[in-house]
Structures are given as structure tokens and as C-alpha cells.
Design a protein around this ligand. Structure first.
Ligand code: 2P0
Length: 315
């Protein structure tokens, strides 16, 4: 009754921001991501009939409090859905380059969902696994797969799931680390603020629906320039929306790296930026340009080069 699983984090190129339902993390918009090889979580789940509650260790530290509550609540959902009668030892290790400030719930909840089901001998389709991972954390629905991944918003638990769109073998993503401090507000809380701004929410949804369709086409056509332009537009849109709800994630350094990216592009090298709920800037390009563009970024920030990560797996 034990199982160990590995899942990679993903970076959204069309972002998930806002929920129509919080218990199951049903999003207000569909999103598209790239799974990364360098950042991943390995989690083992062991059911034990003698346990009176779950026990959680993250990176060898025993966890209580809010973080534990979130995990055990997620396990309760899985136990109820799949009639699992036992509590579990959960041991999770995050493989994120030190101080990257990129620890992500996407790989954590994807790995946990998979290990929790497999440890009790439950086999589900990837589609169903994606719905279960989503209950833990929205972005975890996308970490079930490698490469470029689509998460269709859906209207219910059964219809809100991710699927693989295309292999991303030629692509690269350079993470420029801007600030390694803890965020002032977590993305879960920041996202909920959008509900207080109905007009802004509508503007976000309408623009995102359009860019989501455009991005799907661009990826299927393997058109880096189009993918990159849409990713930049959507990242800027998300940060405009976040700013309007009273939260700021970007710093002067983030803007400096965005400006630098435009300058490098003027030299004829295809690089495009995207930012998530934090100040770090991620640069999308193709593998073949990495050696040419990396020195520019290394001058201004600590960098980590990532390529496409694979889907969830047992180890
Ligand atoms: C994304 N982010 O699409 C967006 C872009 C951050 C910015 O998904 O509440 O940790 O657990 O569903 O998945 C981060 O939000 O939120 C996120 P929950 P999650 O990657």
C-alpha cells in the first residue's frame, strides 16, 4: 500500500487566474502551459490502517498547520471519492534549484494525486487523474502531462481537465531569478480578489478566450514568434488585472528584464517573456538559440535553463 510518483512543474503561457468555484478549483478560463524538466516533486504515499490521521513530511521536515490542513483535506476528498479507508504517511521532496523561489503547487499536487490513488491500487485514466489533481491545486491538472498542455476550463468536476497538445522538444525556457524572498500574498488569495471587480473579470475572460484560441493554433503551427507574442500579451494582461485588484508582483528588476528581452529581439533573436504570481521573469525561446541569448540574461540575473519535462510517472 505504498507508491512513489514524480511530477514536473509547469509554466503557463496562457494563464489561469480566477475561479468560478473554489472547492474543486473550477477556473474562469482555459489555460495553456509548458511542463519543465528542471523542477519537479517526488512524493510517496503509504497507507497504514493503524494511523489516526495523515502524517506529512516535506523536504524531510514534519509539517503541521495550514499546509498540513490543505494536504489532509485533499486526501479526505480522494478517500471519499475512491472509498479508501486509511490515513497515510506522505513524504514529499521538491527538486527545485536552491533559492529559485519557484516552488510550485502544480508538481506537488499532481504527484500526490497519482501516488495516493496508485498506493491503494486504483487505476484511472490521465483525464480523470487531471481532474483529481485539480482539486489539490488548479495548475496541478496540467502537470499530469509533458510538453505543451491545455487545461479546458469545463463546467463541472468531470469536464474541467487537461490534455497534452503538442511535444515541445525544440523549446527552451530560461528562468531569470529576480527575487528569492517569500511573496507578500499567495496566488490563491490574490486570484480571489478578481471576484470583487466584475467588469475587470469580464474583460479578462473575453481577452483570454481569444488569446487561448490563438495560442492553441500557434503551438500547433510551431510558430515561436506567434506563441511568444501571445504569451507576452497574456502575461501583461494578467499583471494589469492583478494590479487593478490592488496587488503587485513585478519589481523594477522584472521590468528591466522585460525591456532587455525586447532589445535582444531587435537583434533578431527570438526571445519572449512571461511572469507568474511573482517577480521572476521566464524567457521562452528555442533550444538552438539558448547559447546565443543566455549571456545577455546572465549579466542581469541568476538564470536556470529548462527544457520540456515529461508527464507524471511512477518511480
Ligand atoms: C498559472 N498561476 O496558470 C497561473 C498563472 C499563477 C499565475 O496557477 O488556488 O497555485 O491552487 O488553484 O494553481 C497559481 O495558482 O492556485 C497559478 P490554486 P495555483 O500557472
Amino acid at each position: 500500500m505504498t507508491h512513489k510518483a514524480k511530477a514536473h512543474t509547469n509554466i503557463a503561457l496562457v494563464k489561469y487566474w480566477g475561479k468560478k468555484e473554489s472547492t474543486d478549483n473550477l477556473p474562469i478560463n482555459s489555460s495553456i502551459s509548458l511542463t519543465l524538466d528542471n523542477f519537479y516533486t517526488i512524493t510517496s504515499v503509504t497507507y497504514d490502517p493503524n494511523l489516526k490521521q495523515d502524517e506529512l513530511k516535506i523536504d524531510d521536515v514534519s509539517i503541521q498547520g495550514v499546509e498540513f490542513q490543505r494536504v489532509t483535506k485533499f486526501m479526505d476528498r480522494i478517500r471519499k471519492m475512491y472509498q479508501i479507508p486509511y490515513y497515510a504517511y506522505i513524504d514529499s521532496k521538491n527538486h527545485v534549484p536552491k533559492k529559485a523561489g519557484l516552488a510550485s503547487s502544480s508538481s506537488a499536487f499532481a504527484a500526490l494525486a497519482y501516488a495516493a490513488l496508485k498506493a491503494y491500487g486504483i487505476e484511472v485514466s490521465d483525464k480523470e487523474l487531471s481532474t483529481v489533481a485539480r482539486i489539490g491545486s488548479g495548475s496541478a491538472s496540467r502537470s499530469v502531462y509533458g510538453g505543451f498542455v491545455v487545461w479546458e476550463e469545463g463546467m463541472s468536476h468531470e469536464t474541467s481537465y487537461a490534455y497534452p497538445l503538442k511535444d515541445a522538444d525544440e523549446y527552451a525556457l530560461i528562468v531569470c531569478m529576480v527575487d528569492k524572498k517569500e511573496k507578500s500574498i499567495d496566488s490563491r488569495s490574490a486570484m480571489l480578489k478578481l471576484n470583487e471587480f466584475p467588469e475587470l473579470k469580464l474583460e479578462w475572460i473575453e481577452n483570454t478566450q481569444y488569446l487561448f484560441q490563438e495560442m492553441k493554433e500557434a503551438i500547433l503551427e510551431d510558430d515561436l514568434d506567434r506563441i511568444g507574442s501571445i504569451a507576452e500579451s497574456h502575461a501583461n494582461l494578467m499583471h494589469y488585472v492583478i494590479q487593478e485588484t490592488g496587488v503587485t508582483f513585478l519589481t523594477d528588476k522584472s521590468f528591466e528584464i522585460m525591456d532587455l528581452t525586447e532589445k535582444i529581439r531587435l537583434k533578431g533573436l527570438p526571445v519572449y517573456y512571461t511572469m507568474d504570481a511573482g517577480p521572476n521573469v521566464k524567457i521562452l525561446t528555442k533550444k538552438k538559440y539558448v547559447s546565443q541569448v543566455l549571456p545577455y540574461y546572465e549579466k542581469v540575473a541568476e538564470t536556470i535553463v529548462c527544457y520540456q519535462g515529461g508527464g507524471i510517472e511512477s518511480i
